[in-house]
Design a binder for this molecule. Structure first.
Ligand SMILES: Cc1cc2nc3c(=O)[nH]c(=O)nc-3n(C[C@H](O)[C@H](O)[C@H](O)COP(=O)(O)O)c2cc1C
Length: 356
């Protein structure tokens, strides 16, 4: 039987040559938000490795939206040029370049992972963080986020809009809005972090308002014939938090608004989360959202093998498979998977002599 992992998928006017996606992964290697040759080589080698779609790491819509000072950004026009060069290379490899637009909210202003992910104060190059409410990520943390007021909310929405315009100029063909992992949008979605009493807090309709405003702002710049994805955390893995039922409800609303695919992750909101880890542990959430909200989904999380990915697609649990850590171990994952699944795919001509 022909492999489904290596079958093409058309979404709007884009056709992905296969269902293998590089999941967004921060490289913490930018200066002042600018991409450089690390990003070119990192993303470029995965494009030549045969993936259908590459979603560039969480890319900040403003300086304060960064997780660390070394995050990629797209808050000024000068950022566009290098991203464009990278995207031209990705396209030359018959792969599709996508970008994840992000705001870290209260989880911003920390050092890079290899320097301990520590909260940075002003003297260390840190900045005032913002959130839906003034609750810090770690209990007792000395730096409290500021709760965004109406003007602050409008500024973030405008930042997403401007970033989308630049993303289009840079040649991205897929935009993914980061609504997962406890970052700013998720901080509005979940009752564990959102204690607001205005129209952005309380009821489900109020908690999703900020996300819907951002989706609308992105859509006001993003062509309606190009794919728009939203990444969500399907559950907070914590009592009283955002849950799979709310995820389905949100996904159905997003579908109605023209979002094409929900990239279904989980967790990241609160430090007391209790995650049950295992191979494909988030796949049931992708399946639930796909079936109950009737929208395409991406599955991600501890998916490491060709047959496992093939099975998820065959079972109708998701439409795309995102690989993060396994694709760091092996940039040529699709070339290897194709061999295993007996699919004859095109190798870069420079590498053809290695094809067996
Ligand atoms: C180095 C690294 C950086 C990451 N950065 C991001 C990111 O920018 N945006 C995001 O949504 N998820 C990010 N993630 C999460 C991955 O996209 C993915 O959801 C997670 O690693 C689970 O998939 P895996 O088991 O295939 O690694 C990152 C993960 C890693 C390992």
């Amino acid at each position: 039987m022909a492999s489904i992992l290596f079958s093409p998928l058309s979404i709007k006017k884009i056709t992905l040559k296969n269902r293998i996606v590089i999941s967004p992964m921060c490289q913490y290697s930018a200066v002042d938000g600018f991409a450089n040759d690390w990003h070119l080589v990192h993303l470029g080698s995965r494009a030549s490795g045969g993936v259908g779609l590459i979603i560039q790491e969480a890319t900040a819509v403003s300086p304060e939206a960064r997780i660390s000072p070394a995050d990629l950004g797209i808050w000024k026009d000068e950022h566009v040029q290098k991203l464009k060069t990278i995207n031209e290379f990705i396209v030359s490899q018959n792969s599709i370049p996508g970008i994840q637009l992000a705001h870290a909210g209260r989880k911003a202003s920390v050092s890079v992972p290899w320097e301990g992910n520590k909260k940075l104060d002003f003297a260390q190059g840190g900045w005032q963080t913002v959130s839906s409410s003034t609750i810090p990520y770690h209990e007792g943390e000395p730096f409290l986020p500021t709760a965004l007021d109406k003007n602050g909310i409008q500024k973030v929405v405008a930042d997403f809009k401007a970033a989308t315009k630049r993303a289009l100029e840079a040649g991205f063909q897929v935009v993914e809005i980061h609504g997962a992992h406890g970052y700013l949008l998720h901080q509005f979605l979940s009752p564990l972090t959102n204690e607001r009493t205005d129209e952005y807090g309380g009821s489900f309709e109020n908690r999703i308002r900020f996300t819907l405003e951002i989706v609308g702002a992105v859509q006001s710049e993003w062509p309606s014939d190009l794919p728009l994805f939203v990444r969500i955390s399907a559950t907070d893995w914590a009592e009283g938090g955002w849950n799979p039922e709310e995820s389905v409800k949100l996904a159905a609303i997003l579908k109605e608004k023209g979002v094409d695919l929900i990239d279904v992750s989980s967790g990241g909101l609160v430090s007391h989360q209790k995650i049950t880890l295992g191979p494909g542990y988030q796949v049931p959430f992708a399946e639930k959202v796909k079936k109950e909200a009737n929208i395409s989904t991406g599955a991600v999380g501890l998916i490491t093998e060709a047959k496992q990915a093939e099975e998820i697609l065959n079972n109708g649990q998701a439409d795309l498979i995102l690989f993060a850590r396994e694709s760091l171990r092996n940039p040529n994952l699709p070339l290897d998977f194709a061999k295993e699944l007996d699919s004859d795919i095109q190798w870069p001509k420079q590498y053809e002599r290695a094809k067996i």
